[in-house]
Ligand binder design. Structure first.
Ligand code: GAR
Length: 222
């Protein structure tokens, strides 16, 4: 049988998306694959507590590390864990270009809006949802995309819409979007691990034909 796909996570915050991945993969009877480690960009990130509880390895780059040293640390740690796939789950730092290149097509990010809207440098967490409300848009959502050298850019794998309701606050929108993130991130990573989606030669995410032949699409009457 093929070796289970090894998933590494990069995170900066509380780690609820990390948890969603662990809950999906690191359990008996789960899909082929396992979350094998998390790199937190800061030593006080809540995700580290979750990793300890889940028995998943963790690492934090030296706090004063410059770009080159951080790149080296990331590459060495990801290699030591024999990572096949890298998932940015609330990672607030730019991923060094060398790391992006090393994992090209195997590194994805979750963003709490419908990219390319409401993304880019400085657009994270509550700021995204505040901008959504200020813009008056009625629909936001979540996006999973392949990572390239810029913040929140790169070929989109999947998106899911979420309504913005009258009286919403950044917190209420965040909670509604986060619930969707916890669904689509594990689903997208599972599809990537299974080879159902990949980064195509034309630079776009390419979903296998079999996916559209699953019962989700074919089991309709009429
Ligand atoms: C998530 O909403 C994620 O989409 C967002 O940070 C949050 C992390 O939550 N990421 C970005 O804004 C990236 N630009 P979590 O730590 O509970 O998973």
């Amino acid at each position: 049988m093929a070796e289970p796909v090894r998933i590494a996570v990069l995170a900066s915050g509380g780690g609820s998306n990390f948890q969603a991945l662990v809950d999906r993969f690191n359990r008996a009877g789960g899909p082929q694959g396992a979350v094998v480690g998390v790199i937190a960009s800061r030593a006080d990130a809540g995700v580290l507590r979750r990793a300890r509880r889940a028995g998943v390895a963790s690492a934090v780059p030296p706090p004063q590390a410059g770009e080159e040293e951080t790149a080296e640390f990331l590459l060495e740690t990801l290699a030591a864990w024999r990572s096949d796939i890298v998932v940015l789950a609330g990672y607030m730092k730019l991923v060094p270009e060398r790391v992006v290149r090393a994992y090209w097509g195997r590194i994805v990010n979750i963003h709490p809006a419908l990219l390319p809207a409401f993304g880019g440098k400085g657009m994270y967490g509550g700021r995204v949802h505040r901008a959504v409300i200020e813009a008056g848009t009625r629909i936001t959502g979540a996006t999973v995309h392949f990572v390239d050298e810029a913040y929140d850019r790169g070929p989109i794998l999947c998106q899911w819409p979420v309504p913005v309701l009258a009286g919403d606050t950044p917190e209420s929108v965040a909670a509604r979007v986060l619930a969707v993130e916890h669904q689509i991130l594990p689903a997208a990573v599972e599809s990537l691990a299974a080879g159902i989606v990949r980064l195509g030669a034309d630079g776009r995410a390419e979903w296998a034909r079999e996916w559209f032949e699953t019962e989700v699409f074919t089991n309709r009457e009429g």
